[in-house]
Write a protein that binds this ligand. Structure first.
Ligand code: EPZ
Length: 421
């Protein structure tokens, strides 16, 4: 296994281009199961998670070619196998969203329950609620969900959960409803840009969908979906992470391929912290006016502040003098990065779903361990700002969602390199 080693204290400067969105690609790859025709998907990042999804599609009987950011998914002669096995699904929760397309197209699906992960229990009750509302029978069989339906029928489905809307449940149910008989309405749908991107992909395949990006999505089922050629939206979380790398090192980075209209909550928080946000339609740059002010963060479903930026903001607040309170309303246990930041000299106290951060003037480099994707991004940011050397082990967590992150940072002047653990 590799680790990152970072010599902190370097101001990052220059330009960097954001890759395509991981959280847009994954459900879109699942949607290719809805047709036998060729599906072309462009601006696909080369990540652990995208490659895991390719393995799952191949295990289900699809041909997947991936070269220079372009993916071509076609059907093989063998019939689709409707079983997504535990070995693959347990490594990546998003693979659970192959269930909706398999059920919608083949009337049967056997998909391993994804299980929990370090950031929370990750239940799938809302996914099941949606499939049942469309007329599917659901059985649990030794850790697998077996869903069957002679023909799914459209329905009015309320998909709000105790933590608000669900991104992948909205994706899963929308894909199943695309081929159901009649009209479906998903109320309390997730509004994330990645959900809207999936809907745009489905519409290009011939699906009839309206309201995507809002809490009410209408789907008029069709009989057949066809070939598609689609370019993935940029990754707003990578964009935010790179912008914070600029800020936390006192540098000046121009981030390209960053859709500022997908990042309203982040921009608002930056302005509250005393940062000048210079943006065009597809570029962003952060310039602190004077010293940064501490800000309080509460994570919420889109368009609220994204939970996937919580850990990265905590790194910035750890070196912003003053007190900031970070409240995690989506995954209340998503605080594995707190202990590691404290090992670097941060002063963070955990109180249930809150983390109280007392910003210090400096962090000190130390050996730390990545535990999940966004916690590893947080530790990279902390290492870039810290005095001295930081080594981050288990960096495979970072490689799940950030394409060539060490190379991108090196090109901006960061002293970061890989070593064998
Ligand atoms: C997606 O996960 C993202 N993953 C996550 O990004 C992101 O953190 C999350 O949405 C929230 O924005 C992908 O898109 C591949 P949810 P998802 O269902 O869909 C609860 C990253 O770092 N819930 O929107 O699995 C759930 O426990 C990853 O890139 C239920 O209660 O998340 C959580 O508290 C991490 N029942 C809340 O809803 C359900 O059936 C939101 O989760 C489903 C979810």
């Amino acid at each position: 296994m590799d680790k990152f080693v970072i010599e902190g204290g370097k101001r990052l400067k220059g330009e960097v281009t954001v890759s395509g969105s991981k959280n847009s690609c994954l459900p879109i790859f699942a949607a290719t199961l809805l047709t036998d025709d060729a599906c072309i998907i462009r601006d696909v990042p080369n990540l652990r998670d995208t490659n895991t999804m390719f393995k799952i599609l191949r295990s289900l009987g699809k041909n997947v070619e991936f070269e220079k950011g372009k993916v071509r998914v076609t059907s093989t002669k063998n019939p689709i196998n409707c079983i997504a096995d535990y070995k693959l699904v347990s490594t990546m929760r998003a693979s659970f969203c192959v269930l909706g397309p398999l059920l919608g197209r083949y009337k049967i699906a056997k998909v391993s329950l994804p299980g929990g992960c370090i950031i929370g229990l990750r239940p799938v009750d809302l996914h099941m609620k949606g499939f049942k509302a469309l007329g599917a029978s659901i059985l649990m069989e030794s850790g697998y969900v077996v869903a069957k339906a002679p023909r799914l029928k459209g329905n009015h489905i309320y998909l709000g959960g105790v933590f608000g809307s669900s991104v992948l449940a909205t994706d899963n149910v929308m894909m199943a409803a695309a081929l159901a008989k009649g009209k479906s309405i998903i109320e309390a749908a997730a509004c994330e840009p990645e959900v809207a991107d999936l809907a745009e992909f489905l519409i290009k395949m011939g699906a009839k969908i309206k309201g995507h990006g809002t809490p009410v999505i209408e789907i008029e089922g069709v009989k057949h979906l066809h070939a598609v050629d689609h370019t993935i939206i940029p990754d707003r979380i990578e964009a935010g992470t790179l912008l914070l790398a600029s800020l936390i090192t006192g540098g000046d980075i121009l981030v390209r391929n960053a859709f500022s209209h997908h990042m309203g909550a982040f921009i608002d928080k930056m302005q509250e912290a005393g940062v000048n946000v210079i943006k065009t339609e597809k570029t962003m740059r952060l310039q602190p006016k004077k010293t940064l002010r501490p800000v309080n963060i509460t994570t919420l479903p889109y368009p609220g502040f994204p939970t996937d930026m919580q850990a990265q903001m905590m790194a910035l607040m750890s070196v912003t003098p003053g007190i900031s309170v970070i409240t995690e309303k989506i995954f209340p246990d998503r605080f594995m990065h707190v202990a590691e930041l404290n090992r670097m000299g941060a002063h963070i106290q955990r109180e249930g779903p809150h983390a109280i951060v007392e910003g210090m003037s400096k962090l000190l480099g130390a050996p730390v361990m990545a535990s999940d994707l966004r916690a590893s991004a947080c530790l990279v940011l902390a290492g870039l700002a810290a005095k001295g050397k930081t080594s981050i082990s288990r960096i495979y967590h970072l490689e799940r969602g950030y394409e060539n992150f060490d190379l991108k940072l090196q090109a901006l002047g960061a002293r970061v390199w890989r070593e064998k653990e």
